[in-house]
Design a protein around this ligand. Structure first.
Ligand SMILES: [Mg+2]
Length: 334
């Protein structure tokens, strides 16, 4: 087993937290408006540190997912539900409706089959990276666990497809190195096959969207964001006023599509990648968190600038969680 897996585990969780932290002030803001605030984002962060003083629900729930996996050396439904209920006392920062309502129901003892909301929101894809890490050497379990951990809060098929795709992408990327790169064709083959042959129309639609992302990697980040910001969003949820604008809709398909699109455009450095993700526009913190998990899994902690790690609230705790999760992984799969 490569020794640098620990670096990848920590990189992934820090990727989520940094993307979330940097994107948080820009949640619900158009990309064009975000870029009117600064010419140099790095300088802007330095001179406005107070703006970036917290992460949100994306990182909170990712850490609770990791804690649940640590407690039971893998997936255990009761532990996961207990951790998500604990999140209500964190308290939640900028939570999505789907997560909040379903987890409140779980707290009141309603079984998950009835508690889950029919939301196709980002709540599952944004918290799934620890599953992708822990099950990177057991892809059958990865898919089962990604699905099970999703449906307890989100019964909509877009949410489970997003979780599986993201977990699979993480498992792929932690085995790659920025020194040698990876094949874009292989990356798409791997994530698309993770949700293939499902007989589910929404999963099939997701596959078509991922294919479209791959086909459009030659267009600019701005053009791509305009194209994919609301892809898959249906009436009455489509936001007419943002048609033709870069404003990522908080729907799993559009957010995952935008996060993957930006990540694949910025494979030169973690810093460039995370800056672009966190300023996507619209659901910027979640694009930052989801895309940040990809960037962190690929680049690893060693390629994440120290000042960005230090910017993150509870960074010592995040490092500790990464180490504990890695230890459990090593004991089970090492
Ligand atoms: Mg958030």
């Amino acid at each position: 087993m490569p020794n640098d897996y620990l670096d990848k585990f920590s990189g992934t969780l820090f990727g989520v937290a940094i993307g979330d932290t940097l994107g948080h002030p820009f949640e619900g803001v158009l990309r064009e408006d975000i870029y009117s605030y600064f010419t140099d984002f790095k300088e802007f962060i330095k001179s406005h540190k107070k703006l970036f003083n917290t992460y949100t629900d994306d990182t909170q729930l990712t850490l609770h997912t990791a804690e649940a996996l640590i407690q039971s050396s893998g997936f255990n439904l009761d532990n996961l539900i207990r951790e998500y209920i604990k999140w209500l006392d964190d308290p939640p920062i900028g939570p999505g409706y789907g997560c909040l309502i379903s987890i409140h129901k779980l707290r009141y003892g309603i079984p998950w089959q009835k508690a889950a909301s029919n939301s196709g929101g980002n709540g599952t894809a944004m918290r799934i990276s620890p599953v992708g890490l822990f099950y990177c050497n057991n892809l059958k379990a990865l898919k089962t666990v990604a699905l099970k951990s999703s449906i307890i809060t989100h019964s909509h098929p877009a949410a489970s497809a997003g979780a599986i795709v993201m977990a699979r992408a993480i498992a792929y990327l932690i085995k790659k190195s920025p020194n040698t790169g990876f094949s874009i064709d292989e990356f798409f083959d791997v994530i698309i096959s993770s949700i293939s042959n499902s007989q589910d129309d929404i999963w099939e639609e997701f596959i078509e969207i991922l294919r479209k992302v791959k086909k459009n990697l030659n267009i600019s980040v701005d053009a791509g964001l305009i194209k994919f910001s609301q892809i898959g969003v249906k009436s009455p949820y489509f936001i007419e006023q943002y048609f033709g604008k870069a404003f990522v809709h908080p729907y799993t398909m559009s957010t995952v599509a935008c996060a993957i699109f930006i990540f694949l455009h910025r494979l030169d450095s973690f810093e460039e990648c995370i800056f672009e993700l966190a300023t996507a526009g619209g659901d910027s913190d979640t694009v930052g968190a989801i895309g940040g998990s990809l960037a962190g899994a690929y680049f690893g902690l060693e390629n994440i600038p120290f000042e960005l790690r230090k910017l993150v609230k509870n960074h010592k705790y995040i490092l500790k969680v990464s180490e504990s999760l890695y230890d459990k992984f090593k004991n089970r799969y090492g």
